[in-house]
Design a binder for this molecule. Structure first.
Ligand code: MN
Length: 496
């Protein structure tokens, strides 16, 4: 769908102050000028792509720097703009974001992993790739821009040739969606997976789709009746609440079907009802009312408020025999929990000082978000630092895995090393014999000495020679315990 600047500004005006809006306008005008005349593969004007990217970011309620960087994110790579030019025009914050997005884009799936049939080694490889992605983005906003960028690339994937479609869809499923999930961004994760699904698993996609096609409308009508019923019960209590139905994402349904003998009658959350209220204690009250009205299924009552999921997700889940004995899943949560389930880390920006607080209160009606910010568990160690929005802003430049780097073998395998590690560490990581015979290295195609310090994303090729052997000097060059102990044991052996 074609969009324009005013679509973007309309969303931004809901929560940003005028000063920030004008920065976004300036970024748009510049990007439009740079990409003028360029077309996307689907024949759209190129500016549609950064515009859609920023629309997603604005939908997440992010700050003006992130939205501006979203608009500018392809001006360096595809528009030939110099990075210094961006700094001069938009300042160092936006320049750093664009530079980060450009670098993170280099993280690519180089191996043809067979999805769903991964060996433990391949799983570890993928995990390393995802970590590398996070390491290369030293500011979380870089990842959010890259996710929004990928979302639009997936929405326009139909225009690419089949081979590219498959590679990009796979990468989306294996790297981008899991990262969105880990950042607690359920909605983006679901969209990315559903967009990738028809390309990575065409047969399975058709099958899953055919399973729900007939059921869908019928279920929707039924759900409306149940919602009306619950609404009537809840209204008697004067509790504040919102209620709506939600359909399960297709790919997540497919994965669940695999677990349940491909029997769709065993899937109870095909459609669920979501109830949002103001406080935790009211969540439990709502649960009580539901259980008083409908009989719950034994073993399906889950308290993710008391025990959150590893990515920080919180809700009460219950599955009930609703009208006519049919089974329906109910999810109950507070407004703040809902915001976190949908937006994840992005929800933290909703507390930034660029946001018009009064407007926000009005938009959100009865639901004032809770003051304490629940941080996702992946970043749990930063939790102590997140006492206030100001402190949160200061942690933007955090390092996810502060002291690790990720480098490639010539085969595209990712090797995870401590910071300042060198070719010898790398060689021992591959195999101890290669370490012992290491004579030099090529880093990203260029000769490098053994005291070279590897950097994120570099490709390392170890040169060996039958005459090479570990020396005492090597002990001063290595960072890993593995390399150190191998060198020591070699030196001990020859000194005997
Ligand atoms: Mn892009």
């Amino acid at each position: 769908m074609k969009r324009n600047l005013s679509d973007l500004l309309k969303i931004c005006q809901k929560y940003l102050i005028p000063k920030e809006i004008s920065k976004i306008k300036k970024a748009y005008q510049y990007a439009a000028k740079i990409h003028c005349g360029q077309k996307r593969k689907n024949e759209d004007e190129f500016i549609q792509h950064p515009l859609h990217t920023s629309l997603t970011l604005a939908g997440l309620g992010l700050d003006s720097a992130t939205i501006s960087a979203g608009l500018l994110h392809d001006t360096v790579e595809d528009g030939g703009v110099k990075i210094q030019e961006l700094e001069k025009l938009f300042g160092s914050e936006i320049k750093d974001l664009v530079l980060g997005v450009t670098k993170v884009g280099q993280v690519k799936l180089t191996k043809n992993y067979q999805t769903h049939k991964l060996t433990p080694r391949e799983l570890a490889q993928l995990e390393n790739l995802r970590k590398m992605f996070l390491v290369m983005a030293r500011d979380i906003r870089v990842i959010l821009i890259r996710l929004a960028d990928r979302l639009h690339n997936m929405q326009t994937l139909y225009a690419l040739e089949p081979k590219k479609q498959k590679r990009i869809a796979k990468e989306t499923l294996e790297i981008y969606a899991p990262i969105a999930y880990r950042l607690g961004m359920g909605e983006i994760k679901g969209q990315l997976e559903d967009l990738a699904f028809p390309y990575t698993h065409p047969q399975e996609y058709k099958w899953t789709k055919s399973l729900i096609r007939d059921k869908f409308q019928e279920r929707q009508k039924y759900l409306d009746k149940v919602i009306k019923n619950i609404e009537d019960e809840l209204k008697k209590t004067h509790l504040p609440f919102q209620i709506h139905g939600r359909a399960k994402h297709l790919y997540s349904l497919y994965k669940k079907l695999l677990k349940y003998d491909k029997d769709i009658t065993k899937i109870y959350d095909l459609m669920a009802i979501r109830i949002i209220t103001d406080t935790v204690s009211n969540c439990y009250k709502v649960l009580g009312i539901i259980h008083k009205t409908f009989r719950p299924l034994i073993g399906y009552i889950k308290d993710y408020i008391a025990i959150p999921k590893p990515n920080g997700y919180q809700s009460l889940h219950t599955t009930i025999f609703a009208l006519e004995g049919q089974i329906v899943e109910i999810q109950i949560r507070t407004y703040a929990m809902h915001e976190h389930a949908e937006f994840g880390v992005a929800a933290h920006w909703h507390y930034s000082d660029q946001i018009n607080q009064k407007d926000k209160q009005e938009k959100r009606g009865i639901f004032a978000p809770k003051k304490e910010l629940k941080w996702i568990s992946e970043l749990a160690k930063y939790q102590q630092r997140l006492k206030s929005p100001v402190e949160f802003k200061n942690t933007l430049k955090m390092d996810f895995f502060q002291d690790r780097i990720f480098v490639f073998t010539p085969e595209g395998e990712v090797i995870n090393l401590p910071e300042a590690a060198g070719p010898i560490d790398f060689a021992y990581e591959i195999h101890s014999d290669i370490g012992d015979k290491c004579s030099g290295a090529k880093v990203s195609g260029k000769m490098a000495s053994l005291d070279y310090r590897l950097k994120n994303g570099e490709m390392v090729e170890i040169l060996t020679s039958p005459k090479a052997k570990p020396t005492r000097d090597w002990l001063n060059l290595v960072k890993t315990a593995k390399a150190r102990s191998r060198i020591r044991s070699y030196l001990k052996k020859i000194n005997k």
